[in-house]
Design a protein around this ligand. Structure first.
Ligand SMILES: [Zn+2]
Length: 391
């Protein structure tokens, strides 16, 4: 009983404490707001009324008068960049860079933000210039990350290799896959321009940095094939099965052509059938189907897809089956079959795409680098229908 009474007496005391505390806060707030220049409120007002240009001018004026508002300008600048209004972000950050009285940390921050604005706006030369400057500072690692992005966009692979190799290997991101891909990009263009010695060196470098680089192995085969070393080329392409059989469809056509050039297409068919048996995939089925069609005719091609369709019932398989049937059908049944085939085909167009593991971007074509998120080897060479069927 006595205890409760004590609490009752204490209540007004707490109330008075609360009132005093609130008044102190209110007073300091009022004092602070009087200290802020008028243009600051004008700026906020413009911002709230969706007049961003006037807001930028007013807030820049406010922060010229009051150094306390520098942080506000940083916030405003990154807000504009996030909204894709890069020209406004550039104006805000440019103004910060040129302003006197920033401490060293703030100046680096302003430069870095401006560089990111240029990068987002696609002004890669200007962005590069800024990040090259920042490479000599405490922001070195961050600057290198942006430079790597710039060089990839510009397809400056040699520069990208140099930057990536100077980055520390973080536990969450190892650069071997990317560096090997940069070497492959160089090699692919060198093979195209008959600079074969250079290409050979780049492919060796790719495999040295990433022994499991499928693309380098495929390109080694292409290079051998270009100088007429058919047997060596086949050896390289066949190695894809050991490295990563998911990519076998990418070499199926090359193997067939390689063997056919040496008059051994039978051997190619046996090999491809074995691949399909061991590592079934829609792209591989497509390649083997074409190979059968060209070498053995419509009947074996039809039997191949029929057996495969029993094993893995897919729309894309059915599409192939109808294609094979159409080649050997009586004129009166043909019309119906064409109708069904066209109907199926419109559906298969949707499920016959590749999908990026990183961002989900879908494309009809296979890419080593995702056009959506820029990730390397994020496209498994499997059609979306195969993912949807997977348990
Ligand atoms: Zn992606």
């Amino acid at each position: 009983m006595e205890f409760d009474l004590l609490w009752l007496l204490a209540l007004p005391v707490f109330f008075i404490f609360g009132w005093v505390a609130a008044r102190i806060d209110l007073n300091s707030l009022l004092k602070e707001s009087r200290a802020l220049p008028k243009s600051y409120f004008a700026g906020l007002n413009f911002l709230l009324n969706e007049k961003p240009d006037q807001a930028v001018e007013a807030l820049i004026e406010a922060s010229n008068m009051d150094p306390e508002t520098v942080e506000l300008r940083f916030a405003l600048g990154s807000l504009f960049r996030r909204r894709g209004e890069t020209d406004r972000a550039i104006r805000v950050h440019q103004n910060l860079v040129e302003r006197d009285g920033l401490d060293a940390e703030q100046r680096l921050n302003a430069l870095s933000e401006l560089g990111q604005d240029y990068l987002k706006a696609g002004l890669l030369d200007r962005a590069e210039e800024i990040f090259l400057k920042l490479r000599e500072t405490a922001r070195e690692e961050e600057a290198k990350g942006h430079l790597l992005e710039i060089y990839q966009q510009e397809k400056e692979w040699a520069k990208a290799i140099a930057v990536a190799e100077s980055l520390p290997n973080h536990a969450d991101h190892v650069w071997q896959v990317e560096v090997a891909q940069f070497h492959c990009e160089l090699a692919a263009s060198e093979i195209l321009h008959d600079q074969l010695t250079e290409a050979e060196a780049h492919l060796a470098a790719a495999i040295e940095v990433n022994r499991k680089c499928v693309r380098a192995t495929i390109l080694q085969g292409d290079l051998a094939s270009k100088v007429g070393a058919g047997e060596t080329a086949i050896g390289h392409w066949k190695r894809v099965e050991q490295i990563n059989p998911a990519y076998l469809a990418l070499v199926a056509r090359k193997l067939l052509d390689g063997y056919t050039a040496m008059g051994r297409s039978e051997q190619a068919l046996t090999l491809l059938h074995g691949f399909l048996e061991q590592h079934p995939s829609l792209d591989l089925l497509d390649a083997v189907f074409q190979a059968e069609l060209e070498n053995a005719g419509p009947k074996p091609a039809y039997e191949l897809v029929r057996d495969e369709l029993r094993r893995n019932p897919t729309l894309l398989g059915l599409d192939k089956l109808l294609q094979a049937q159409l080649m050997d059908v009586s004129p009166e049944k043909r019309e119906d079959l064409v109708l069904v085939k066209n109907l199926i085909h419109t559906h298969t167009r949707r499920v016959a795409r590749y999908r990026c593991d990183g961002c989900g971007f879908k494309a009809r074509q296979f890419y080593w680098r995702c056009p959506g998120c820029g990730g390397w080897e994020t496209y498994p060479p499997r059609r979306t229908e195969e993912f949807d069927l997977a348990p």
